[in-house]
Design a protein around this ligand. Structure first.
Ligand SMILES: NC(=O)c1ccc[n+]([C@@H]2O[C@H](COP(=O)([O-])OP(=O)(O)OC[C@H]3O[C@@H](n4cnc5c(N)ncnc54)[C@H](O)[C@@H]3O)[C@@H](O)[C@H]2O)c1
Length: 306
């Protein structure tokens, strides 16, 4: 059984060591394709792989066509919008993610970004504090829950909206569950995005919604760039000089944001949310264990395609 780790942006070495240990202990073989750059190298490497571990690598129909022996792809991480699920299903391949493994890393980054923003990007001027401010958590999944836990330590008032998570689950975590997404934005000084990129959420963070936020509001995005309607957010920020946008996912219009909104816009140069040794190790090892469980016990927990 050949397990290929194909990562254009490689795992930390310690994570690869952990993956290797799990795979070899099961009697499987591990192959490594890192920083491959061109897709042709990926297409060549997947030819005889039975299982694939990836990160943000794009796995489309062409990859599935080339990977004749492939039975399972595990995205070491939460979002799996980089995998063509319909093509996977058509080729009889199981796709999984490793939910929850990098949530704390992303949640900690939210607060790194927020402190940076409320202290005016460390420009030497006097900023504000997070304590006592109203935080809106837009989607109460794995990352959202960790954000709530940390926000308590900051002394923030915490609100959340999730279209699918029952209100009582949110309330049991000590968070006020609001009835609508509009109420969340109307109420909160800071909104932190934790929705996945789906047909329903793409472009949904638009002029009308963000304009509901009170004066001096901050929108923080560690979710996906696709959920933002960039043209409308730019228009709104031109009209409202009080708004700040900070993001871990560089917008397509990064240059325009950076030029027009100096002092109230920041993007990490590369997606940093899950870039910790701990998240790397957790997600990588979870992916390896899921592959072993799939082949040895037929376990399909965390399968995301039909
Ligand atoms: N910056 C990074 O490096 C990084 C790392 C991990 C995850 N992420 C992104 O963060 C986001 C959240 O990840 P997660 O692990 O918490 O995912 P998750 O699946 O645990 O949670 C997502 C939540 O969104 C809710 N949801 C789905 N559609 C919704 C809608 N239309 N309106 C409101 N709520 C909706 C779901 O009910 C669920 O509770 C994803 O977009 C993921 O891709 C980014």
């Amino acid at each position: 059984m050949k397990v290929l780790v194909a990562t254009d942006k490689p795992f930390a070495k310690v994570a690869v060591d952990g993956i290797r240990k799990e795979i070899e202990a099961a009697g499987f073989e591990l192959a490594l394709l890192e920083k491959y750059g061109e897709k042709a190298k990926l297409l060549e490497a997947v030819k005889d792989a039975n299982a694939l571990i990836i990160r943000s690598d794009v796995i489309d129909a062409e990859v599935f066509d080339a990977a004749k022996e492939l039975k399972i792809v595990v995205r070491a991480g939460a979002g799996y919008d980089n995998v063509d699920l319909a093509a996977a299903t058509a080729h009889g391949v199981c796709v999984m993610n490793t939910p929850g493994q990098n949530s704390n890393a992303v949640a900690e980054l939210v607060f790194g970004l927020l402190v940076y923003a409320v202290r005016n990007f460390f420009n030497g001027t006097s900023g504000t504090e997070l304590k006592g401010k109203k935080l809106g958590i837009h989607a109460f999944g794995n990352v959202g829950r960790n954000v709530a836990r940390i926000a308590k330590g900051f002394g923030m008032e915490i609100y959340a909206f999730d279209a699918y998570c029952p209100k009582n689950v949110i309330e049991e975590a000590g968070v006020k569950a609001v009835d609508s997404v509009e109420e969340l934005y109307k109420t909160c000084d800071v909104v932190s995005l934790h929705i996945p990129a789906t047909a329903e959420t793409k472009n949904s963070i638009n002029y009308a919604l963000v304009n509901l936020m009170p004066k001096g509001a901050i929108l923080v995005n560690t979710a996906r760039k696709e959920v933002i309607n960039e043209a409308e957010l730019i228009k709104l920020m031109e009209e409202r000089a009080d708004l700040k946008y900070i993001t871990d996912i560089m917008p397509v219009a990064n240059e325009e944001f950076a030029t027009k909104f100096a002092g109230r816009y920041f993007s990490t140069p590369k997606k940093m949310g899950a870039q910790t040794a701990e998240a790397n190790i957790n997600a990588g090892i979870a992916a390896a264990k899921q592959i072993v469980g799939f082949f040895k016990d037929g376990c399909e927990k965390f399968r995301v395609n039909k």
